[in-house]
Design a protein. Structure first.
Length: 263
């Protein structure tokens, strides 16, 4: 199936590893040119080079912290400079949290708000005008199943991801008249390096291996009984970027192996 993405320009935040990298790979495989950002410049540079070599597309790596206004501006400016703007924006950068509401201070709340919500606000404000002038575009928000089915140990993550989904809905209504389709994706358990790191820490010095720990997490939560591979999540993102998804707008798509406990 031709997803009609050849020579489109996609900005992917957090594109150096995990789901963001899988989405970047999926888009590059369809012939899209990329602008990837992340904070770790070395890892980003290596990934950008690999994608260029493997897929023969243009890949620009911008080391930036999208949780800051300056970082988001640097990403948008680089997209304008390299490509004259963007056709696709994937707001993916994010991370889990661990706290109690009573112990977490204001600074912690604001840090996650800046990363999960303000980055998306600022990048939409900066890049949607170029999408309008190119005749349309796609903006996707990588939220989480936790936006509507919270995990107890990460209230700030749950709340800021729920806000991101609502932002996505509001933005969708504002931009659909300009042929810009905005959607959110809510993944469940996805096997990325962060999970391995957490599992290693939790099982260190115990009789349980980190792999067994993660198998148990999957069995306890996802009816499918396993984590997703990032590529399985990326497939949905790439499809939603395609003109073939022309009626997908203003929605939230769950991809969670059956974990969401509602109909
Ligand atoms: P990873 O930790 O594997 O990757 C995160 C990416 O984001 C990296 O490229 C990282 O690079 C970048 N990043 C993090 N913070 C910033 C920042 N402030 N500015 C710029 N780049 C940043 O994450 P996942 O792939 O697991 O998750 C990606 C998204 O998917 C997140 O929003 C997460 O909440 C969501 N998600 C993940 C699930 C999972 O099970 N893995 C489930 C549901 C949702 P660097 O560190 O160099 O900045």
């Amino acid at each position: 199936m031709d997803l009609q993405l050849r020579d489109r320009v996609a900005v992917v935040t957090g594109g150096s590893v995990g789901i963001g990298l899988a989405v970047a790979r999926g888009l590059a495989a369809e012939g899209a040119h990329l602008l990837l950002c992340a904070r770790d410049e070395e890892r980003l540079g290596a990934v950008a080079g690999d994608l260029r070599d493997e897929f023969g597309v243009r890949v620009v790596g911008v080391p930036a912290d999208v949780a800051t206004a300056a970082g988001a501006a640097a990403v948008a400016d680089a997209a304008v400079q390299a490509y004259g703007g963007a056709d696709i924006l994937i707001n993916n950068a994010g991370t889990g949290s661990e706290e109690t509401i009573l112990d977490a201070d204001d600074a912690r709340w604001y840090a996650y708000w800046d990363l999960h919500v303000m980055a998306a606000v600022r990048l939409a404000r900066a890049l949607a005008p170029s999408m309008k002038s190119r005749g349309g575009g796609v903006i996707l928000h990588n939220a989480s199943i936790c936006a509507s089915q919270p995990l107890g140990y990460e209230p700030i993550y749950n709340v800021t991801k729920a806000a991101l989904v609502m932002f996505s809905k509001c933005l969708a209504e504002e931009l659909i008249g300009d042929n810009i389709r905005v959607n959110a994706v809510n993944p469940g358990l996805v096997m990325t390096p962060d999970w391995e790191k957490t599992a290693r820490a939790l099982t260190e010095g115990t009789d349980t291996s980190w792999q067994d720990h993660l198998r148990q997490v999957a069995r306890d939560n996802a009816p499918i009984g396993r984590f997703a591979d990032p590529a399985e999540i990326a497939n949905l993102f790439v499809f939603l970027c395609s003109p073939l998804a022309s009626y997908c707008a203003g929605s939230t798509y769950y991809i969670d192996g059956g974990w969401l406990r509602t109909t």
